[in-house]
Design a protein around this ligand. Structure first.
Ligand code: ATP
Ligand code: ATP
Ligand code: MG
Ligand code: MG
Ligand code: MG
Ligand code: MG
Length: 300
């Protein structure tokens, strides 16, 4: 097609690549959800239906974008971790941030009525989106620790705040009551005045939601097995990495046999590609080592 004389305007679109080989975190956050949650009668301090809807929207994103390997959500926000070497949209910042937040938002609206069937949407909700790059595993872990610590601080405050309000204080009074209190004071207040043991509240509220892929059973990630036997054992990452190192680059032994149909050399499976199991939501500690030790592929 011939170029029009208008085409030069294209040159005003500047490249916006994210540095290669760095972890990308995309965080989306609801716009004006203080008002949105009021307008839609969210239960306070935590409306589980709205949190479940957020989780489903995050799952939709991870289903569509396989390079998103982990997501963490709380309140009206979600953070998505893309694997270090992702080539998604050639790592163009605006393509990545806009595509993720757009799909998240449409999934949120698409599934709204499943979780809040008796609450019609009053107006179209929207989310903002940003991308931050982190150079090493340390910053990635600290990033998610930061968000989970935030979840805890906010939830403790909100739980105490709404207990006071439901106990008869005005919102202004409740605010004042909590001024200058530390977390020990809030725990104590909840326990002594309202008989609430904070640690017994649902983990979803205290820890936020983590969306990850559960490793598939060994058989389904073994590319050398044409008809994989069904085994119940879950593949550990060590298994997958071992497979990758020892066998996948070897010529297929069966090719030596003329009688047999040649079997294609198995595709080189990178450890994280082996981890394309079912998406699950867990409410776990992401600050300590255990979560990461159990899923070392996240930080490869
Ligand atoms: P901004 O547009 O700057 O993000 P905002 O009003 O969305 O403003 P946030 O700091 O993002 O402010 O806070 C989101 C607010 O939405 C929370 O403080 C809370 O009041 C409300 N909210 C979000 N999710 C829930 C939920 N599941 N249950 C109850 N309230 C919720
Ligand atoms: P990409 O994800 O890279 O944008 P794409 O498939 O969306 O890929 P575009 O160059 O954006 O490709 O083109 C959008 C295509 O969608 C059009 O070429 C056309 O085939 C189709 N399309 C969009 N709107 C209409 C419409 N109103 N009627 C018919 N076809 C449409
Ligand atoms: Mg905000
Ligand atoms: Mg918000
Ligand atoms: Mg928020
Ligand atoms: Mg298009």
């Amino acid at each position: 097609m011939a170029k029009s004389r208008f085409e030069y305007v294209r040159n005003y679109e500047l490249p916006d690549p994210l540095i290669p080989g760095t972890f990308i975190v995309v965080r989306i956050d609801g716009r004006g959800f203080h008002k949105f949650s009021d307008a839609h009668q969210f239960r306070k301090p935590n409306d589980k239906r709205a949190l479940d809807l957020m989780d489903l929207a995050a799952k939709t994103v991870m289903n569509e974008y396989k390079d998103v390997i982990l997501a963490f959500g709380e309140s009206d926000e979600y953070s998505f971790l893309l694997r270090r070497n992702t080539k998604l949209y050639n790592r163009r910042r605006s393509k990545i941030t806009s595509s993720i937040v757009s799909l998240f938002t449409s999934a949120y609206v698409f599934h709204w009525s499943v979780y809040l069937p008796n609450t019609p949407l009053q107006y179209p909700p929207s989310f903002d989106s940003r991308a931050v790059i982190y150079p090493t595993e340390k910053e990635v872990r600290d990033y998610f620790a930061w968000r989970q610590a935030d979840t805890h601080i906010n939830n403790l405050y909100n739980t105490a705040f709404w207990a006071l309000v439901q106990g008869g204080q005005t919102t202004t009074e409740a605010n004042k009551t909590l001024q200058g209190t530390d977390s020990k004071d809030k725990n104590e207040l909840l326990f002594s005045k309202y008989n609430i043991n904070y640690n017994n509240l649902p983990a979803m509220y205290r820890k936020g939601s983590i969306c990850v892929r559960q490793p598939l059973p060994m058989s389904t990630v073994d590319p050398l097995s044409p008809t994989p036997p069904v085994t119940q054992r879950l593949a550990t990452t060590a298994d997958i990495i071992a497979d990758h190192d020892s066998s996948l680059d070897q010529p297929n032994a069966q090719l030596a046999n003329d009688e047999q149909k040649p079997i294609k050399k198995p595709k080189k499976v990178k450890p994280y590609e082996g981890i394309d199991g079912e998406l699950v939501i867990v409410y776990e500690d992401i600050i300590k080592d255990q979560f990461w030790n159990e899923r070392p592929w996240l930080l490869l």
